[in-house]
Design a protein. Sequence first.
Length: 343
Amino acid sequence: MPWRTVEAMNTSAAPTARTVVIQVADDALRTAVRDLAELAGALIPPRPWDTDLADPNCVLVLSEPLNRATLEELDAASAERTVIVAAEPAAQPPPVGRRYVLPDDAAALLQRFGKLAAAAPVVRVAGLHGAAGATRLATCFARLAAQDGLRVIYVDTDPRAGAGALLELETGETYAAIAADAASWADVGDGHALLPLRLARALPSYQGIGVLTGIAPEVATCWAVAQVLRHACDLVVIDGCLPLGALAGTVADLDVVIGVPGAESVRTFQLLAPDPARILVLRTPGVRSADEVIAACAPLRAESFRTERHVAEAIEHGIGPGDSPRGAAMQVARRLWRQASGT
């Protein structure tokens, strides 16, 4: 495979469960553990007694005094994964696992939970210039993944908030009305204190896909928020991330840049940091031929498709990106997605 892939992108396999089973009597300690587990992106089962504690992706959280019957049910591996939480330090080590004193050891416990939470892969579609077609192609990727049964979050970093039009198309309401009752960029701050599952549940939906849109903050914050959301879903699709410098220091599992064949697309592509996994998609026609631009950019992989006519009119009539399975953008997205996901 010429580009990066992540095992979690193989949709033929069931997603890995990251589970924290909480059996803590004290209300304050239980709440603190729950918040840390959610921040780490772990799942908290509503019926913990039905959970398989032998699952290597499961950690049991207990408080003292410990229940002897519970301890006897644990095998050696489960006992090693067990966490004991307390409000005060103790002189004796716990009989199983490791003890964490809260709130002093909150950061260490968060890190412990984080080891359970396998981050979802990221598909990023970035326009080489304005009106390049990134939103349309990114939406196609998101819809294909959702059709494969993945929980998808679409992160709109385009300053024009193009995904707002998708939500209006889905609901028939104005984006201002939608944003009043759902989470948007205005609610996320710098992204460092977010609880990913809470944010994911609060996002508005388009075709079953959670959408984070609105007036996007600076690129570094957008990327930080996307990393948090990777622990609340099976796939993150990012729309946008250019102009230049926005890709620096960030790595997506499937990285696509799109533009119309011309000098601006060539100039922008050549100024990006080299990445052999990056895919160039050209939306034709342009002022130069697709072959000329591909030769000038020399990507490892390139795709092209003809601009679909009457896109704006189709949206006005309720036909959104990906609604036509034979649409040119959808066909390109399907080829790339199938190869990257192994389906």
